[in-house]
Design a protein. Sequence first.
Length: 266
Amino acid sequence: MLSLKNKVAIVTGAGSVGAGWGNGKATATLLARQGAKVFAIDKNEAAARETVEIITGEGGTAVAHVCDVTSSEQVKAAVQACVDAFGGLDILVNNVGGSVPGGVVDMPEEVWDAQIASNLNSVYLLCKHALPHLRQRPGSAIVNTASVAALRIMQGRTHSAYSASKYGVIALSRSIAIENAKLGVRCNTVIPGLMLTPVVEHRLVAQLGAENAADLIAARDKQVPMGKAGDAWDIAHAVLFLVSDEARHITATELLVDGGYAAAAP
């Protein structure tokens, strides 16, 4: 079950912003463990190579590729490089994203534009250039990563651009799914909740004004009905299921991985 033998997968954001397992790093590694040949894309060459070294060290197959996923030219070249290296493409996992807090009045236009480019345009560009190849492989699949911030708007801490872009990912994924349903390409969205990944210490501690990572992690855990935030492997296993043949009749839908967080919203 959940075998990806002889399949080729592109994973964006396949590195990690710090020590430990980010969503893309865990996803790339898990897909490789299930037999996929992984084309690991990241803007940070060292991070991408670290993921590839883990995969190849375990006997898997992977190639690192540096790419700015907001550049159509670079994305097109990356997809072609994957096809040239592995002979085709079966799986696309769009995992790039980042948040900057702020409402529409106080957020500078360049920050808004950068958020939309990183979180939404990147998904459009990867799908645009990958779909012609995915359509050639029966049973191919796309999984795009959104965020629970698209579903829950927190009082006192607005993420207007992040929420808008991640909700856009959900709508775009549904559109792609329906357009390609008869062409043999499925498309779904994974929606992470309050996850414990290197992003917490790398970015959120300073962004939220927390005294330290431990206090922030504890505060986030309390908000999750299951009592603890999930981690990158929870996201990776959700992605694995959705790209596998076991999910062959699942498309145009969303899988929440949040420990009940969204459902428990007041």
